[in-house]
Design a protein. Structure first.
Length: 110
């Protein structure tokens, strides 16, 4: 009886699984420093680092700042209004259950 031959398996190793890597965190913008070194007789006496004043080119104007504050306050007031509406709905929903619970507790005689 003839035997059937099986196909030979590959001799190469299976591919390694890909693993997830963390995304690189964005680096903070560097703060400019100036280091002053004091020498005396060819030797370093002291080193002093000071921050330099950042550029004011990217600052917003006073008018834009005031408008931003008023817009944020209006958003805050709207969100508080919606919170009060939601809390009122919750109180109205639970009020009948609360009154029924109070009646049952009062009905129990100790």
């Amino acid at each position: 009886m003839p035997s059937t031959a099986t196909a030979p398996k590959s001799t190469t190793a299976p591919k390694a699984r890909k693993t997830r890597t963390r995304k690189a965190t964005p680096k903070a913008t560097p703060v400019a420093k100036v280091t002053t070194t004091t020498f005396q007789g060819g030797k370093v006496i002291s080193k002093k680092s000071e921050f330099t004043r950042p550029s004011t080119a990217r600052l917003i104007t006073w008018e834009r700042y005031q408008k931003d504050i008023s817009t944020r306050w209006a958003i805050h007031q709207f969100e508080i209004q919606e919170l009060i509406k939601d809390l009122t709905k919750a109180i109205d929903f639970f009020q009948p259950y609360h009154t029924e619970l109070v009646k049952r507790v009062k009905a129990i005689n100790f």
